[in-house]
Ligand binder design. Structure first.
Ligand code: SF4
Ligand code: SF4
Length: 444
């Protein structure tokens, strides 16, 4: 069912609880049979033991608001944002309830009605609309952060303990911020990169927003891997952030604006797939068709683009990727990013790639698909809860004695790197593209 199949008009007939927002997922609410099978899969329910913090509890709340039986109270707002949007409940649900879209539409209503403090509103507007949504502004902000990180200010504030004294929360949060790269990704490659010899595939690549400025090395590894597999890679210069963080926080308008822009930019080129190395971006771009289903001008092209979106691992397996020729002797554990495992249901492809690398000892990570607590900006706005989830994740990581812990999402990588320091664990957290590129270069 498309997101717009059931509109507000349906709900308005029922007492007008949500106003002015499509409630395309309303049918999914009624699909819920209240069996509770999703409860043990839910990290926030496990943290609190409270029904209202479970998927089933939240579905009841959303339904009550949609039916007009409940106002959008502060408690409702808190509960919708306490949810990680990890979608583990969708994987567990036998009735096919699309919980992710329900909570996102509830957040959109909250956003539209501005049921948040002025400070939060201002910060979100600045971060999501002004910084993340413009590559130029994001690069300016990243340069300022880089100066803070590398220019000595951060070191002095930390060494003297001034930041901890004046702003203890900031002192903790600064360690969650990814290190800004010396050179941004889009400044190091031309728009079209060609492999040695004849290209067997032509793909487009989403360089991302945060990925572009803080994970440029991962993007470079991804390009190297694609070139190694005979791909000509188009990296459209004018592309912008995919819009996923905005949509997850309820700002559908900005997310749709970005989606339309990216559709125009990407579809100027001819390619068989858009390869994406960030689970959250891939999951969202696969939904462009749904988010723009009611846009006459864009709906068809949005669906076309969504069909072409492939996670890097999904694409490599589909083209029967080249296996590294030399052993890469490492003990490796794999962490499933929520938006890869639950939102895109991709779990076998990454493991198939790792298993195909000679020399790799792939060990099971207990609770591999349990959220690490990163979840977009969740680790910033719900720091304490996020750290509880991270502690659980790092205990599991430690139990594997793996040298490399592989993930396919920048948020998970940054969060677990922080976890290594915080909980004094050993190992290295790396992206699968980096591991594969190292394995190709290995001559052990
Ligand atoms: S998305 Fe995750 S945190 Fe939210 S209700 Fe579902 S399982 Fe719980
Ligand atoms: S598992 Fe599905 S049907 Fe059962 S309570 Fe959870 S959301 Fe409802």
């Amino acid at each position: 069912m498309a997101f717009t199949d059931v509109h507000i008009s349906t709900v308005e007939k029922k007492k007008n609880g949500f106003v002015g927002v499509d409630i395309p997922s309303y049918d999914f609410i009624t699909n819920c049979i209240h069996c509770g099978l999703c409860l043990p899969a839910c990290p926030t329910y496990t943290l609190t033991g409270l029904e209202k913090s479970s998927p089933r509890g939240r579905i009841r709340l959303i339904k009550a608001v949609a039916d007009g039986d409940l106002e959008i109270t502060q408690g409702f707002v808190d509960e919708m944002h306490f949810c990680l949007d990890c979608q583990a409940c969708e994987t567990a649900c036998p009735a096919g309830v699309k919980y992710g879209s329900l909570v996102e539409f509830a957040r959109a209503q909250i956003y539209r009605q501005q049921k948040v403090s002025w400070l939060e509103k201002g910060l979100k507007w600045f971060f999501f609309e002004k910084v993340l949504s413009s590559k130029r502004n994001l690069k300016r902000a990243a340069k300022a952060l880089r100066m803070y990180q590398r220019g000595g200010v951060e070191r002095i504030l930390n060494k003297t303990g001034i930041l901890k004294m004046l702003a203890p929360k900031m002192a903790k949060l600064q360690h969650l911020s990814p290190r800004i790269n010396e050179k941004f990704f889009d400044e190091s490659f031309p728009e079209v990169v060609r492999p040695v010899g004849n290209a067997q595939h032509r793909v487009a690549f989403l360089s991302g927003c945060i990925m572009n400025v803080a994970f440029a090395d991962v993007n470079r590894d991804t390009i190297e891997v694609l070139l190694h597999n005979g791909c000509e890679v188009v990296v459209p210069r004018m592309q912008e952030c995919c819009g996923s963080l905005q949509a997850h926080n309820g700002d559908f308008e900005t997310a749709r604006k970005l989606a339309r822009h990216n559709i125009d930019v990407f579809l100027q080129h001819d390619f068989e797939a858009i390869v994406i190395n960030s689970a959250g971006c891939g999951a969202f771009m696969k939904e462009y068709g749904h988010y723009l289903a009611d846009d006459r001008q864009y709906s068809e092209r949005a669906s076309l683009l969504s069909r072409k979106v492939k996670d890097l691992t999904e694409f490599l397996v589909s083209i029967d990727f080249k296996k590294p020729g030399h052993p890469f002797n490492k003990r490796v554990a794999y962490h499933d990013a929520c938006h890869l495992a639950h939102a895109q249901r991709i779990t076998t492809e990454p493991r198939a790639i790792l298993e195909a690398i000679p020399g790799i000892d792939l060990v099971d990570l207990p609770e591999a698909s349990w959220c690490c607590g990163s979840a977009g900006i969740y680790n910033v706005v719900h720091y304490e809860d996020s750290m509880q989830l991270l502690s659980r994740k790092m205990k599991n990581v430690e139990s594997t004695h793996a040298e490399l812990i592989v993930a396919s999402n920048p948020g998970c990588i940054a969060q677990m790197k922080y976890g290594l320091d915080l909980f004094e664990c050993t190992g290295e957290i790396i992206h699968l593209a980096t591991l594969l590129n190292r394995a190709y270069a290995s001559h052990d």
